[in-house]
Unconditional design. Structure first.
Length: 108
């Protein structure tokens, strides 16, 4: 997973990303790249591309790219893959997600 070390380099970031996933699940928001990626930005888990750039400016800049080339989509996609890979997350065919019950109650 090419962007996991790049996007997150501390356990605090992983935990914040997991809290963001939980937030979307509680809101019953489909766990799609665009939804998670934007929420990761708003929650401060990832940052816009350039120092001093607002989230709004970043999203406008990214909207000019294809979805597969949007940085925040990639960060979200790799985050979902990582949490699925380690068994923390199950995503249904409708993109609704569930955290493992034991994890949800213990950590969050």
């Amino acid at each position: 997973m090419k962007n996991i070390p790049h996007q997150f380099n501390s356990i605090d970031k992983y935990f914040s990303a997991l809290e963001t996933v939980k937030q979307l699940i509680e809101e019953e928001t489909p766990l799609r790249d665009e939804n998670l990626g934007e929420q990761l930005l708003w929650n401060g888990v990832i940052n816009p591309g350039r120092a001093g750039q607002s989230i709004e400016e970043y999203l406008e800049e990214q909207s000019q790219k294809t979805p597969s080339n949007r940085g925040y989509h990639t960060a979200a996609r790799e985050t979902i893959k990582f949490f699925k890979l380690i068994g923390f997350l199950v995503v249904t065919i409708t993109n609704l997600a569930n955290l493992l019950h034991e994890l949800f109650n213990f950590y969050l």
